[in-house]
Design a protein around this ligand. Sequence first.
Ligand code: SF4
Ligand code: SF4
Length: 155
Amino acid sequence: MCPEKNKSESITKAHGAISISFIITSLTIGFIAILNESVLLSIIYLVIVISAFIVMSIIYCSKCLCRNNCNHIFIGHLSKIFSKQNSKNYTKSDVIFGAVLPMLIVYIIPQFWLINNSLYFLLFWILTIIGILDVLIFVCRNCRNTKCSMCKSHK
Ligand code: SF4
Ligand code: SF4
């Protein structure tokens, strides 16, 4: 069962919304960098990004105790659309195929285009780093998905 809400719930949610906005904005910059070179490749990238989020929501979020109250806002809703709740614990494969690999793919692909545009490259990585730090410092600290190894609450 999802642990009880704590006092910092609304602050955690705010950081969850801010961090996912930074992450999506950085991916949008990657998309625009590709779009400047090729419409077809940018559409392929968009499909890959959407697929990556769906794969994460199916593999990782289906096992989340709190996907009805997701700290990353929309990902929990995606999970409910595409998968049934799974009560088992995470395996190494879940972490690799449901989190690390999809994220690596969506971040590595645009580098080939960003490398030619220093402004886009800088913006992409500044927003990404802020988004990730916001998750690690503020969201994971109070996240109620205690099965996630990043979760620092209830420990
Ligand atoms: S809190 Fe994390 S694991 Fe749980 S539904 Fe949201 S994104 Fe998925
Ligand atoms: S502990 Fe962190 S990484 Fe894991 S589901 Fe919660 S917010 Fe996401």
